[in-house]
Every structure is written in C-alpha cells, then in structure tokens.
Design a protein around this ligand. Structure first.
Ligand code: HEC
Length: 146
C-alpha cells in the first residue's frame, strides 16, 4: 500500500509544474537567439536582458502591451491596422505564439484584411510557447491572466 501511495504522490509532484505553465522560459531564452538579430530585450532603465538588433522593436514588456506600441519604432501598415481596429487588445502568450509562427498570416487573420502585410520576415515553427514564456518573464505588465 505504502509504495503505491508514494508512487501517486511522486506522479502528482511531477504533474504540477507541467500543468502550471506551458512554456519553459529558460529554453525560450535560448530559442530567442533566433530573434535577437532583429529584437533586443531592454528594460526601461537601460538594462540589457538580451542585446539585439534594431530591425524590430524592443520586446521588453511585450506581454500586456498593445500591439505596435513601442515608441520610436516605425511599424508596418498591417500591424498598425490591427492596433487601430483593436485598441483594447494586448499581447498575451497565446497571441504571441500565433504571431511568431506566421506574422503575415496572423495579421491577415486578425484584421480580416487579406492584403495585410508584416515587416517581420521571420517565422518560428517550434518552441514558440517557450519563447512566449521567456518574454512573459520580462513583462512586468503580464499580470495574472491565463
Ligand atoms: C528578420 C528580423 C526579425 C526577426 C528574426 C524576428 N523579428 Fe519580430 N519583428 C520584426 C519587425 C521588423 C517587426 C515589426 C513588424 C511590423 O511593423 O509589421 C517585428 C515585430 C514583432 C512583434 C510585435 C511587436 C509589437 O510591438 O507589437 C513581436 C511580438 C515579435 N516581432 C516577436 C519576435 C520573436 C519572438 C522572434 C523570434 C522567434 C522574432 N520576432 C524574430 C523583425 C524580426
């Protein structure tokens, strides 16, 4: 009897962290190497979490931020259209996963505009949830949604 009880407890202990979060932020940080050619993650006080390029906007605090809201970045028309159509929308992990999987398709889908274009010429086809978890970790506004 004792062994089976311990086995059950051990299984529960293993199951909890897996259920608590979908993505692995640590793996996501490595995966973010694919993004950093174009994106930095830099806190408002200038602390570099990831040093990166300027082709795309700084992704610090992206979870909980409105789309196309980084000051000083020149966004394309497609994502600006999305921001205008959905002024209340903020990025959550689920939407980021969809976006990074295929930014062009995401914008077409969200705006209903078959001609919507993205300036992000990159698609991530695996470990998207890990990257989203990593970005959420560096998003003070992420709050407790989900
Ligand atoms: C080749 C350069 C490039 C790469 C690589 C790239 N991006 Fe982007 N990203 C961009 C550009 C440019 C934009 C602005 C899109 C627009 O204006 O249409 C953007 C926009 C974004 C946005 C929207 C930001 C906002 O302010 O609303 C997110 C989120 C994002 N990228 C995430 C990622 C992630 C995560 C990766 C890695 C998996 C990645 N990007 C890889 C260039 C890139």
């Amino acid at each position: 009897m004792k062994t089976s009880l311990y086995a059950t407890l051990a299984m529960l202990a293993l199951a909890v962290p897996a259920a608590a979060q979908d993505g692995d932020a640590e793996k996501g940080q490595k995966e973010f190497n694919k993004c950093k050619a174009c994106h930095m993650v830099q806190a408002p006080d200038g602390t570099d979490i990831v040093k990166g390029g300027k082709t795309g906007p700084n992704l610090y605090g992206i979870v909980g931020a409105h789309p196309a809201a980084q000051e000083g970045f020149k966004y394309g028309e497609g994502i600006l259209e999305l921001a205008e159509m959905k002024p209340d929308m903020v990025w959550d992990e689920e939407q980021l996963i969809a976006y990074m999987t295929d930014p062009g398709a995401y914008l077409k889908d969200q705006t209903g505009d078959a001609k919507a274009k993205t300036k992000m010429t990159f698609k991530l086809n695996k470990n998207q949830a890990d990257v989203a978890a990593f970005l959420a970790e560096h998003s003070p506004e992420a709050g407790d949604e989900g």
